[in-house]
Design a protein around this ligand. Sequence first.
Ligand SMILES: NC(=O)c1ccc[n+]([C@@H]2O[C@H](COP(=O)([O-])OP(=O)(O)OC[C@H]3O[C@@H](n4cnc5c(N)ncnc54)[C@H](O)[C@@H]3O)[C@@H](O)[C@H]2O)c1
Length: 318
Amino acid sequence: MSIYRNAVWLVKGLQEYTKSGYEAAAKHFTPGDLDVKVTGRSFVITGANSGIGKRAALEIANRGGTVHMVCRNKERAEAAQKEIIDQSENQDVHVHILDMSSPRQVWEFAQNFTQKNTVHVLINNAGCMVNQRELTEEGLEKNFATNTLGTYILTTALIPALKTVEHPRVITVSSGGMLVQKLNMEDLQFEKGAFDGTMAYAQNKRQQVILMERWASQHKDIHFSSMHPGWADTPAVRLSMPDFHAKMQNKLRTEAMGADTVVWLAVSTAAGQQPSGLFFQDRKAVATHLPLAFSRSSPQDEERLQATLDQLSAKFNP
Ligand SMILES: NC(=O)c1ccc[n+]([C@@H]2O[C@H](COP(=O)([O-])OP(=O)(O)OC[C@H]3O[C@@H](n4cnc5c(N)ncnc54)[C@H](O)[C@@H]3O)[C@@H](O)[C@H]2O)c1
């Protein structure tokens, strides 16, 4: 962790990631980018029962898209599904139950899903910041299992299906927090030293951005993007970062503001015309490194990340 990186990031965040940062950026949005109908297109959204994912699901349902909500908890998912159907008057909203931290379940879900359904757009939104080092049933560190390995397996498993449709897209909700981290291939599951959940999360989010860049260069027929939603007032922020939430409460974005760029990347023509593999904030491609932060990783390490995830995920492929 670098004190310089954290300080520069905080100053940037206070200017750009807040509600006022969104309002300033929104003055430059192209009106009409989101005036589209996406009837006939199918959107898989993980973590769609809450916060940014739920708002994105509603916006997509409002525009006529078929929404597949991929959620861990059946009751919460069905309650959110009902709300989305009631508000959008779009019946084409479906619930699938999946714990993204279980690699075995993620493989099985993808296999079953593609047998019965089509996917045009995958939105990797589910994410967590677990502040104590916790292991999943399969013995994996929880943040890594959910944010990195879960995203890796779901995307890998859906790529063949995405390649069969027109204009496929993959969007990963990463975080500006990743700017404080350089890829660390030596300790993917945070076994060394004192555990810091915020830094584990930021490392996972860095890995997501690198994966999207790599996939973009490997699969030219799919449009990949990662993005930062800004600092939005959601259950995740309230639960995992209570001090930050208390201090920033009046400055945080609404869930709709946090979801805006997710929706723009998922439905707009303008987003599809951007190069694949970029990192977005407020509908604009932005740098993936802070100035002078020395957070760039070597191509060898990035290749190793993908190869390591490939090997690890294969162990759980039934
Ligand atoms: N809110 C912010 O300020 C902010 C900032 C940067 C990035 N993000 C990212 O935005 C995304 C959405 O988060 P949010 O802020 O809307 O919070 P949220 O808590 O409202 O939503 C997170 C969703 O992920 C789901 N999820 C977590 N672990 C899961 C698992 N193992 N299996 C299935 N689903 C799981 C949760 O159930 C929930 O639906 C996350 O990836 C988060 O890291 C949020």
